[in-house]
Design a protein around this ligand. Structure first.
Ligand SMILES: [Zn+2]
Length: 106
């Protein structure tokens, strides 16, 4: 058996899928909530949960919407970015230029 990685639905945060490859996220239709969603790597979810548990003082974490928080958590978990690289208004994926920005975040 190869090592497996768990990915969690960012809409319901309930459904998980397991894959053998390690990537930041998948996009698929959720079997639980039926939404076509981003499924984040469990490492991203863990980072998100730890930030939720103890928001960083220098970062206006609670002003972010959940989706924005998850995007930040994803960067922190999957890239060498730190909180210092983020403004409160999260600079969407455009800065990174490797995935498609999602519309709708103010
Ligand atoms: Zn779901």
């Amino acid at each position: 058996m190869s090592r497996s990685h768990t990915y969690r639905c960012l809409n319901c945060l309930d459904a998980t899928v397991t894959r053998t490859f390690d990537t930041s996220h998948l996009s698929r239709t959720c079997p639980d909530c039926g939404s076509f969603e981003r499924f984040a790597n469990e490492a991203v979810i863990e980072r998100f949960e730890s930030l939720e548990a103890s928001p960083p003082a220098e970062f206006d974490w609670d002003r972010l919407e959940r989706r924005e928080k998850l995007l930040v958590a994803e960067r922190l978990a999957r890239t060498d970015k730190t909180l210092a690289d983020f403004d409160v208004a999260v600079d969407e994926e455009a800065a990174e230029g490797r995935t498609t920005p999602e519309p709708g975040d103010a």
